[in-house]
Design a protein around this ligand. Structure first.
Ligand code: NAP
Length: 399
């Protein structure tokens, strides 16, 4: 980046120089976003983190106070976890910084409170990369389909699980073999619990419920079922039913009570449905609206190579744009709103969607057209037993 370019625009401080933080820094060290200038990097034990490709005038620090006390316009929180990340975000907002974060746990647990704080201080809190990193789904829900009244969200939100399940299906691998492959390729952590048991998708679903369905739920109230009991033979049974197995995160408004029905679990989905066609580490979010019917948004999620840092720096760019030109913030990457071809999915005409949603809710989630609970090893009667299990009922907490 030229010196003149580096002096313009808004200043950015990164907290957390790990996988995502370094990728964001790399993007900010190019000419892609000339309005953004990386000025601070904060991480514990900072000496071992210093990189020679970062501009020489960037301040490296171990103290978050240095970011809070500095004139940076935007703090990008990428340390992960609940603490001290939540506290750091609050302190940055109170100090008059806008914040960009990829932290799904903090946003799922405390998003509405932090948004209120951002509002009080007239600052931005953006968290696009916290859900389905490569898909601008938060913006799509807030802006793209905001004219509709959404009543259902279903998604494949964890790329690691999707990679494992599609490899099990394609290569007829056991769960352990597919997981080992995913770990070797860097798609899965050494401890894969958060992914395979659904904890990661649970937090993402809570965020989508808040943004898309307008309800705040307690994350821990969303029931989970792990994909780890799935065996390769289950895919043969699934195929006979014209289905594949996916980790599905789903939530639906219950029109009669105003409550939310939600769960994250392995599910049978029709092979040719939008959820069924998502392979490898890709993510998809399918929303149903009262007027627009079904709309799907797909792309790489958290296990992809580049979308997360792209999304992060893009969000930073957007904050930067909003700060320097209030009211004229343009989204040059607005590719939201791609319609599904609906092949294989239950068709919803715009009219009568609400009535049918009510009927479906009354019948129970296990009989819904697009997903059914997956069988465990080798037994169709097990499938029947699982079908009888109700999905979780999550009481909404009024905002
Ligand atoms: N990786 C992905 O594909 C992905 C996708 C979507 C969202 N995210 C989210 O992005 C965030 C960052 O993920 P990541 O994969 O980049 O994690 P990471 O590689 O573990 O990086 C975290 C960085 O923050 C530092 N850090 C952690 N706690 C700290 C503390 N208390 N004080 C100072 N520094 C601290 C770590 O330092 P050490 O080196 O000392 O540990 C590390 O450098 C998380 O919220 C994650 O959920 C990640």
């Amino acid at each position: 980046m030229s010196e003149s370019g580096r002096q313009r625009g808004c200043t950015v401080g990164i907290a957390g120089f790990g996988t995502v933080g370094q990728a964001v820094a790399r993007i900010l060290s190019t000419d892609i976003h000339p309005d953004l200038r990386l000025t601070h990097v904060c991480n514990r034990n900072i000496a071992r983190k210093k990189a020679d490709w970062v501009a020489s005038d960037v301040v490296w620090t171990e103290s978050f106070d240095d970011l809070v006390d500095s004139p940076v316009d935007v703090v990008v929180e990428l340390i992960g976890g609940l603490s001290p990340a939540r506290d750091w975000i609050e302190r940055a907002l109170v100090a008059g910084k806008s914040v960009v974060t990829a932290n799904k746990q903090v946003i799922a647990q405390a998003g509405s409170r932090l948004m209120a704080q951002a509002g009080q201080h007239a600052r931005h809190l953006l968290f696009e990369a916290a859900v389905a990193g490569g898909i601008p789904i938060v913006r799509a829900l807030r802006d793209g389909v905001c004219g509709d009244r959404l009543y259902r969200i279903q998604g494949v939100l964890n790329g690691t699980c999707n990679y494992i399940l599609t490899e099990m299906e394609r290569e007829q691998l056991s769960f352990a073999e597919a997981l080992a492959d995913a770990q070797r390729l860097g798609y899965a952590e050494a401890d894969p619990t958060a992914d395979v048991d659904g904890i990661d998708a649970q937090a993402k679903l809570a965020i989508l419920i808040a943004v898309g369905l307008g309800r705040t739920v307690r994350v821990e109230e969303i029931p989970l079922r792990s994909i780890s009991p799935i065996a390769s033979i289950d895919f043969l049974y699934a195929k006979r039913l014209g289905c594949v197995i996916r980790q599905v995160a789903g939530a639906e408004l219950m029109p009669d009570t105003g409550g939310i029905r939600a769960a994250v679990h392995p599910a049978l989905v029709p092979e040719m449905s939008a959820l069924g066609r998502v392979g490898g580490s890709q993510n998809i979010v399918v929303v149903d609206g009262e007027f627009g019917g079904e709309t799907a948004f797909s792309g790489f999620g958290s296990a992809g190579e580049s979308p997360i840092p792209y999304s992060e720096s893009y969000r930073s760019a957007r904050v930067g744009g909003a700060l320097s030109r209030p009211g004229r913030c343009r989204d040059r990457r607005d590719r939201a709103g791609q319609r599904t071809d609906r092949a294989g999915l239950a068709r919803h005409a715009p009219r009568g969607c609400r009535r049918r949603a009510r009927q479906r809710s009354a019948r129970g989630a296990s009989e819904r057209g697009t997903t059914r609970v997956a069988p465990t090893a080798q037994r169709y009667d097990e499938l029947d037993r699982l079908r009888g299990q109700p999905d979780g009922h999550v009481r909404p907490i009024r905002m």
